[in-house]
Design a protein around this ligand. Structure first.
Ligand code: SAH
Ligand code: SF4
Ligand code: F3S
Length: 471
């Protein structure tokens, strides 16, 4: 089809135009935006932080809950109004999980959307933009069984220069009955470990000090060398990454309880630079509900896993995700969730009320029968209890010396810095001229709220192998 150059700079030498990317949803989606930025930069687009400055505005969207989608639809309306009034040539694109879920419905619903592009189709974005510039509605929502964008070095957006995300796999095969992700992200596939190591090495070279390996279910990472048949599991990958440098911290997310293996715990225990924090979404404390969710484990199995983890890594912090008010959830099921929380005492939790997603098993076969007010009340009880546990866990840190990686200035005060402990807890401490983001500092924890730890005594770490101490 004919492609009319959008601007006179369309020669391929000068910048093609400015692109603004706004991201919603999970860490993987944020990392995807960095992949998108890399694809577009390669095609001579410039990335801008200001939507008013942009020729192309891309919303990288999330479909996980109704609220997430409502926010995006609202934003599309705002941008459409801006486009109509001030900038008719501006192109508006919807990317990511909502694009995949709603496809060309988005053009009908939101008349001023020009581009719809799903999570496996980002390499085609430059072509889609060219098509849209000619006035056509441009769409590519093909899902792939192979795409991992492994050869693309993401362009770090809004980076602190210290921590970075590295995607190690895409998609999900689990089909939890409430979840839209398998529909929006397609089949699970693992990225070539050598391309992961290459990216990690480049990050180290650029001065980054922490990587978070990302997947919907990292424990099922499995790569087979097409030539030799060599298999790399998640535990092996974790060790490969940890070995790159003792100064590099390694985190990972998300672990699915049913797939977590002993060898992952073993590698975690052996490498001090693998962070002692596991995000282990439980979703519910009732075995009946877990079964309806098709999570593949029971309450007892989960609690047993938690004991095993704490035995292998005594200093570990655990965080979780919980859904309140899933289909048919009774008061008794809800109490089981609260009692599981009491047993585990998570360090942190992300808590949601159940939101029915079109086409999922739950939407097709189960009844979303917990009244809205009941969902909200149960959610609030869960949130209150978690706040109590977070405070308890954080208070238990008082008096301990912890090593933190400094990330930047504290939000509330210019004269304070913040970093994270290996357990992923934020510590705020006084700024000092010789301490910069990317430094390791040993701090004595003196105070705690449910969200933050505070320290005033600290010492800069010169040798990563020396034991933690403040003087
Ligand atoms: N892959 C991760 C979860 C990704 S989605 C895992 O399996 O643990 C992040 C969280 O969103 C989920 O853990 C779940 O708690 C929540 N979530 C997913 N679908 C939801 C829905 N339909 N309603 C409410 N919360 C949901
Ligand atoms: Fe969704 Fe379950 Fe896959 Fe997590 S494991 S992304 S909750 S289907
Ligand atoms: Fe992430 Fe939301 Fe998609 S949580 S995978 S962006 S539906």
């Amino acid at each position: 089809m004919a492609v009319t150059p959008k601007t006179i700079e369309d020669s391929g030498i000068l910048p093609k135009g400015k692109v603004y990317i706004e991201t919603y949803g999970c860490q993987m989606n944020f990392n995807d935006s960095e992949i998108i930025a890399a694809v577009l930069k390669h095609h001579k687009y410039e990335i801008t932080d200001n939507p008013e400055d942009a020729d192309v505005v891309l919303l990288n969207t999330c479909a996980i809950r109704d609220k997430a989608e409502e926010r995006v639809l609202q934003r599309i309306k705002e941008l459409s109004a801006y486009k109509r009034r001030k900038k008719p040539h501006m192109l508006l694109g919807v990317l990511g999980c909502m694009a995949e879920r709603m496809r060309d419905q988005l053009f009908e619903k939101e008349k001023l959307v020009d581009i719809v592009c799903g999570p496996d189709a980002y390499r085609s974005l430059p072509v889609l933009i060219d098509e849209a510039a000619t006035g056509q509605k441009a769409v590519n929502v093909l899902l792939s069984r192979e795409e991992t964008y492994e050869d693309i070095m993401p362009v770090r957006l809004h980076s602190n220069g210290v921590t970075a995300f590295v995607s190690i796999m895409r998609g999900c095969n689990n089909m939890c009955t409430f979840c839209v992700v398998p529909f929006t992200r397609g089949r699970e596939r693992s990225r070539n470990p050598y391309s992961i190591i290459k990216e990690v090495d480049q990050l180290i070279e650029q001065g980054f000090k922490e990587v978070t390996l990302l997947g919907q279910n990292v424990d099922s990472y499995r790569w087979t060398d097409p030539n030799t048949g060599e298999v790399v599991t998640f535990a092996m990958l974790l060790e490969m990454v940890a070995k790159r440098s003792p100064w590099l911290r390694v985190r990972f997310s998300t672990s699915h309880p049913k797939d977590m293996t002993d060898d992952v715990l073993d590698v975690m225990a052996r490498y001090p630079n693998i962070c002692k924090h596991i995000h282990l979404p439980v979703q519910s404390g009732s075995t009946r509900i877990l079964k309806l969710m098709r999570r593949g484990y029971s309450r007892e199995w989960y609690l047993n896993l938690v004991s095993k983890i704490r035995e292998a890594i005594p200093d570990v912090a655990l965080s979780t995700d919980i859904i309140a008010g899933f289909c048919t959830e009774t008061e008794e099921d809800h109490k089981q969730t609260l009692s599981l929380m009491e047993e585990v005492k998570f360090d942190q939790a992300f808590m949601f009320r159940y939101s029915e997603r079109p086409n999922t098993y739950a939407a097709r076969k189960l009844k979303d029968d917990v009244p809205h007010e009941v969902k909200i009340r149960r959610l609030n009880e869960i949130i209150d209890l978690q706040r109590k546990h977070s405070l308890e866990r954080n208070k238990a840190e008082i008096g301990k010396v912890r090593r933190i990686l400094v990330e930047g200035k504290a939000r509330r005060s210019e004269n304070q810095l913040f970093g994270r402990t290996t357990q992923n807890k934020v510590v705020v401490f006084p700024a000092r001229d010789d301490i910069k983001p990317g430094d390791y500092v040993d701090v004595l924890i003196e105070n705690a709220t449910s969200a933050t730890l505070f320290a005033s005594k600290f010492r800069k770490v010169q040798d990563i192998n020396e034991p933690e101490a403040v003087n």
